[in-house]
Design a protein around this ligand. Structure first.
Ligand SMILES: [Zn+2]
Length: 174
């Protein structure tokens, strides 16, 4: 079965709506106005009717799943009424996700998460700079060894901190 587009971008954007800013975990979907701006930016204004509470709880579950702290059964509410519909033509069959209007984005994010589990197992991960960062990333590197949401940001900060720790713990030469 050919699944339409892999909504990896939407999934990552949703997982990353709780960034740590100045040491505090924030939530871009907490305020309805800010959440509306987020939806318009990432999915288009046609999706402003999305059920925000369900989108947030789906996000929380997906985040917990990445951290191995939930089971997929918790995703059931956002998959209620979701199905794939066949579109048949002379050249073949394509399948489209059919979902109630109020949880299109939540369902698309779940489908993307599930697709990633099969096509790229273990590559959706949380940034290892856990003290300062609550972002997620998909490791597309050949070696599958990425540890941070971004090398320029958290990668460099972690390296600098390790360097500092080493120097601090090194015996002083007199
Ligand atoms: Zn990070």
């Amino acid at each position: 079965m050919k699944v339409e587009s892999l909504d990896e971008g939407l999934l990552l954007a949703l997982l990353n709506t709780t960034p740590t800013v100045a040491g505090e975990v924030t939530d871009r979907l907490a305020d309805p106005e800010e959440a509306g701006a987020w939806i318009a930016e990432h999915a288009g204004e046609a999706h402003l009717g999305e059920d925000l509470a369900l989108l947030r709880s789906t996000r929380d579950t997906l985040q917990a799943l990445v951290h191995d702290q939930a089971t997929p059964t918790a995703l059931a509410p956002a998959l209620h009424g979701v199905s794939y519909q066949p579109f048949i033509s002379d050249t073949g069959i394509s399948w489209r996700l059919a979902t109630p209007r109020e949880h299109i984005l939540a369902a698309r994010a779940i489908v993307a998460w599930d697709a990633l589990r099969h096509t790229a197992p273990g590559r959706l991960r949380a940034c290892e700079n856990k003290d300062e960062c609550t972002l997620f990333f998909v490791d597309h590197s050949k070696s599958n060894s990425a540890r941070w949401c971004s090398m320029a940001g958290c990668g460099n900060r972690m390296k600098a901190r390790r360097h500092y720790e080493r120097r601090k713990n090194a015996p002083t030469i007199t």
